[in-house]
Ligand binder design. Structure first.
Ligand SMILES: *Cc1c(COP(=O)(O)O)cnc(C)c1O
Length: 221
């Protein structure tokens, strides 16, 4: 299968409410260009340095999403151009994004990453940390929190994956119905990767992040 066919196949099963983020981490420029030439414009990377070097050489109409964990000292590198930061999991990070966004005169869109998986290793906020961080969002003039992001447990057990996505959607719905700061709105729900995006779509995802099903297995150096 070609990159072009893989993208077309995934887009065929996406409802209008859900967009595809082509996850291009570890992929060379030629392969990303192949995906770009299908007309696709939304790409995701998980490392700041890799994101910046690709941003520099690829066309400027690409909408770049940072999907991986972000360290505060690296925010300044992505602030001038990043479209959406998916994995915000502390107020400290949000405050740094706000500061750097202000410097480049932008309002940067972010998602709060919620820990929904069973594994201990995954990043993310727990539900009971939310009230505290939400309280702090009010005063941040240069960030807009537009939704939530989550990663399900890496397992074959589809019922467990579904349960975790339903959990995230429930938190999303509860927040949507509560009183939020003016710069916070529940619009985007980033969930679903190659192994579980079909379940994620059924459970209300608005952004699926897919790499392997498009490019094949990744080769890390
Ligand atoms: C790598 C990555 C993906 C894509 O995973 P695939 O299984 O290759 O589709 C999605 N989300 C995040 C946060 C990632 O780091």
């Amino acid at each position: 299968m070609s990159i072009k066919n893989n993208i077309a196949q995934i887009k065929q099963v996406l409802p209008p409410s859900c967009r595809l983020i082509v996850v291009s981490k570890t992929q060379p420029i030629e392969k990303i260009t192949e995906a770009y030439e299908t007309g696709h414009r939304i790409f995701g990377e998980n490392k700041v340095q890799e994101l910046c070097s690709k941003y520099e050489v690829l066309p400027t109409d690409i909408e770049w999403h940072l999907i991986g964990h972000l360290q505060t000292n690296k925010v300044k590198y992505v602030a001038p151009f990043v479209h959406l930061i998916h994995a915000v999991d502390s107020l400290k990070l949000l405050e740094e994004i706000n500061k750097q966004a202000q410097k480049v005169n932008r309002i940067i869109k972010c998602l709060l990453q919620i820990h929904i998986a069973e594994e201990e290793t995954k990043f993310g906020l727990s539900e009971n940390e939310l009230p505290e961080i939400i309280k702090g969002i009010n005063t941040l003039t240069h960030v807009e929190v537009v939704g939530l992001m989550g990663m399900a447990t890496f397992t074959e057990n589809t019922e467990q994956i579904r349960k975790e996505f339903i959990h995230l959607k429930t938190i999303f719905n509860n927040l949507a119905q509560s009183h939020l700061p003016k710069n916070m709105v529940m619009k985007e729900l980033s969930m679903g990767m190659s192994g579980d995006y079909k379940i994620a779509i059924e459970e209300g995802s608005t952004l699926v992040r897919i790499g392997t099903s498009i490019f094949g297995e990744r080769h890390y150096q």
